[in-house]
Ligand binder design. Structure first.
Ligand SMILES: *Cc1c(COP(=O)(O)O)cnc(C)c1O
Length: 475
């Protein structure tokens, strides 16, 4: 597709303005441009076609299947967007007097109440703008908690299957991460945990179900081991999609958990945003929450700055409010029973795919999975085929690839998360295409190695793109 600069014609206009009816003034020389701005000169229909066509070049969840593991590319019901566009939400300013923003504050308060109920924890902040920032906020609260107790704990345990943001958050919060190995079933190695969990360790960050899509069956034992040594346990809640209405973080002994509203409660995401990563905590951590939180007194909602040991603000104003509006809309429509159905469908869908493909691709861990599962392209290596080739070939069939090469502990990983809203027809189509690609690996491996063939651009040199970043067009 041509760039908009390339279709530009000198003198062509996409606007018509009435004659100027205010006095013209002379702008002094130093403020004047030396040469006209280099803007594309195009007509209005050209602009429309250009951007509409551009908007559909990338694969997107409204186009077809998007089984990106770990990232949960959920369908975003269109009514969410309607709600987020209501003028009452878009035309308010966070500095308005509270008595004029009661509706928005009420929405935030109620959203917080729902989220607390979902995980059975007592207090919440909605400020963090993403899961990673939620992790950082919570681990910073752990730090403040131990500082207050005059305990100089230095380390946080992080399983080797964890998302990269976990060790990063540990570092940013002033601790050092210590890797907790997984056992041969892909779960936490309990003996190793007992050995590593000393009184120098502030706690554990656990993902459950873990990034292999496996439920940590010993989760209660795990949290007990950490608590016995005076540590705190954090749940990376990115995989909450598998747990809704089935089990609650508070019941398993977690002290804090983040939500990725943009993964679990619809709201589109990708390309860096927008997101929202609220953190719910146990009562013992309430006094460390980022200030302000949203509180209610006699049906009046207000921002509560009275948090004695607050770690401070982590986000401008109150966080990504319109993402909260979408999550709230979703929750109100789905209702309590619906939440459970979401998780049941997500788990069923993932297992249907994994079980259907386990003879075509290598199954890293043979247990049943939760809302996502990990296959590996390891068995194709002898044919010179990499997982990346499979991923690229999928694009030719109009399907987005699963997450590849994550989690790091599975070589040639293909991490598939079908999400709850996909129909059996869509799952069957994906399975059929994956089987077809598997057969191509035997019959015509070159077609995989040179894929994609039908996308707007072919295989990109991602390393070069990072090393020689070019973001402007020049003639
Ligand atoms: C996505 C994800 C995160 C980080 O969340 P962001 O909202 O992308 O910052 C952390 N842990 C896991 C397991 C995830 O999948």
């Amino acid at each position: 597709m041509e760039l908009i600069f390339e279709i530009s014609e000198t003198g062509r206009k996409g606007y018509s303005l009435p004659a100027c009816d205010v006095p013209e003034i002379d702008v002094s020389e130093i403020h004047r441009r030396k040469s006209p701005a280099e803007l594309p000169e195009v007509s209005e229909p050209q602009v429309m076609r250009h951007f509409v066509n551009l908007s559909v070049l990338n694969h997107h969840v409204d186009e077809d299947f998007y089984p990106l593991g770990s990232c949960t590319m959920k369908y975003n019901p269109k009514i969410n967007e309607e709600a987020a566009r209501l003028e009452g939400f878009t035309n308010i300013h966070p500095l308005q007097p509270e008595k004029t923003t009661q509706g928005a504050l009420k929405l935030m308060y109620e959203l917080g109440e729902y989220l607390k109920k979902i995980v059975n924890l007592e207090a919440i902040t909605l400020q963090p703008a993403a899961g990673a920032q939620g992790e950082f906020s919570a681990i910073s609260m752990f730090k403040a908690y131990f500082n207050k107790k005059n305990e100089n704990r230095k380390y946080i345990l992080v399983p080797d299957s964890a998302h990269g943001t976990n060790p990063a958050s540990v570092n940013f919060s002033g601790f050092k991460p210590v890797t907790l190995p997984s056992n041969d079933k892909g779960l936490v190695d309990i003996d190793k945990l007992k050995e590593l969990m000393t009184d120098e360790v502030a706690g554990l960050m656990l993902t459950n179900p873990n990034t292999l899509g496996l439920f940590e069956k010993s989760v209660k034992l795990i949290t007990e081991i950490v608590h016995q040594k005076g540590g705190l346990v954090y749940l990376d809640g990115a995989n909450l999609n598998a747990l809704l209405g089935i089990t609650r973080a508070g019941d398993s002994g977690f002290d804090a958990v983040h939500f990725n509203l943009h993964k679990t409660f619809s709201t589109p995401h990708g390309g860096g945003g927008p997101g929202s990563g609220p953190v719910a905590v146990r009562k013992i951590l309430e006094n460390y929450l980022p200030a302000p939180t949203v509180s209610m007194n006699n049906k009046t909602y207000f921002l509560n700055y009275d948090i004695p040991h607050s770690i401070g603000k982590v986000q401008t104003f109150h966080g990504n409010f319109l993402v909260m509006v979408k999550a709230y809309t979703f929750l109100r429509i789905i209702g309590e029973q619906g939440l459970k159905e979401i998780s049941k469908s997500a788990i069923l869908n993932a297992n249907y795919i994994i079980q259907s493909l386990k003879n075509d691709y290598y199954l890293a861990y043979s247990d049943f999975c939760m809302h996502e599962g990990v296959l590996s392209g390891k068995n194709l290596k002898e044919r010179g085929i990499k997982t990346l080739d499979v991923a690229k070939r999928l694009l030719d069939f109009g399907l987005h690839a699963p997450t590849v090469y994550f989690p790091l502990i599975v070589s040639e990983a293909l991490m598939i998360e079908p999400t709850d809203s996909e129909s059996k027809e869509t799952l069957d189509k994906f399975i059929e295409v994956m089987k077809k690609i598997r057969k191509e690996a035997d019959d015509n491996p070159d077609i995989l190695k040179t894929a994609p063939h039908s996308t707007p651009v072919r295989r990109l040199d991602e390393v070069k793109a990072i090393k020689e970043l070019k973001t402007i067009w020049t003639k």
